[in-house]
Ligand binder design. Structure first.
Ligand code: NAI
Length: 216
């Protein structure tokens, strides 16, 4: 396939295509037209065609998309056919919730370790993965080919810990701490802020109420 720069907007939509196609596959659907996919996903058919054309257009006119092929190709584009070793730093509420979510493994994200500074957590294991103390971190990262560090620690500690991870070979950070990390350009950072999603929800609630007030 020709290497082309895919826009971040398309990349952001791919996981949703992947999820829908996965569900279709589970339900034994082999082919789907962009119109049918459009109805299910509530995205215009032309948007779907445009998005999927980025990858050389897997569809055939009048024949629809081969669900399995498309699912596999999108998975490859998202890098999901490879395994990614991950560790979670901060075994509090959020860190434990993430560690308990077994489905990440299905997507190839293998939880190798969980770290914290709180010695009362030293005896805790989550899905068989023990919580380790931070003094083991550097050696563990170097010896276990850790690619992704998940930060679920207070924001005051996040920068220091992120730098430490990167200095020991971690190449990507899934950052939940509410702070910008400013890491070297070759380190991939994905910030996740649930509160931003909640603010968008709040905005849409207000907008909905405004519109309905007007139409009364
Ligand atoms: P928590 O207080 O339950 O857990 C934090 C854990 O980090 C504790 O177990 C603590 O011992 C550990 N910790 C503190 N300093 C550390 C260090 N230097 N190294 C390793 N571990 C350390 O807090 P919670 O609710 O789990 O939140 C964790 C972080 O995630 C906070 O920064 C919070 O603001 C953020 N958060 C972000 C959300 C988002 O959507 N981005 C949603 C919820 C929380």
């Amino acid at each position: 396939m020709e290497e082309r720069e895919i826009s971040q907007a398309v990349i952001r939509r791919l996981p949703r295509y992947y999820r829908y196609l996965g569900e279709l596959l589970e339900n034994g659907v082999e082919r789907i037209s962009s119109n049918d996919l459009s109805k299910r996903m509530k995205v215009t058919a032309s948007q779907i065609r445009q998005d999927l054309n980025n990858f050389g257009g897997f569809g055939q006119q009048g024949y629809g998309y081969n669900v399995k092929y498309l699912y596999t190709e999108i998975g490859k584009i998202l890098g999901l056919e490879q395994h990614h070793n991950i560790i979670i730093i901060g075994a509090g509420n959020l860190g434990q919730a993430l560690a308990n979510y077994a489905d990440f493994e299905k997507r190839g994200f293998i939880l190798k370790g969980i770290f914290d500074v709180n010695p009362t957590l030293a005896d805790v294991s989550i899905r068989g993965v023990p919580v380790r103390m931070m003094d083991e971190l550097e050696q563990f990262v170097r010896e276990n080919d850790i690619e992704i560090g998940v930060l679920t620690i207070p924001k005051t500690k996040a920068v220091e810990v992120a730098n430490n991870l990167v200095n020991n070979g971690v190449r990507a950070i899934w950052n939940f701490a509410h702070i910008d990390l400013n890491l070297p350009e070759n380190v991939i950072v994905e910030n996740v802020h649930l509160s931003e999603s909640l603010m968008r929800l709040s905005y849409n609630i207000s907008r909905y109420h405004e519109e309905h007030k007007e139409s009364k």
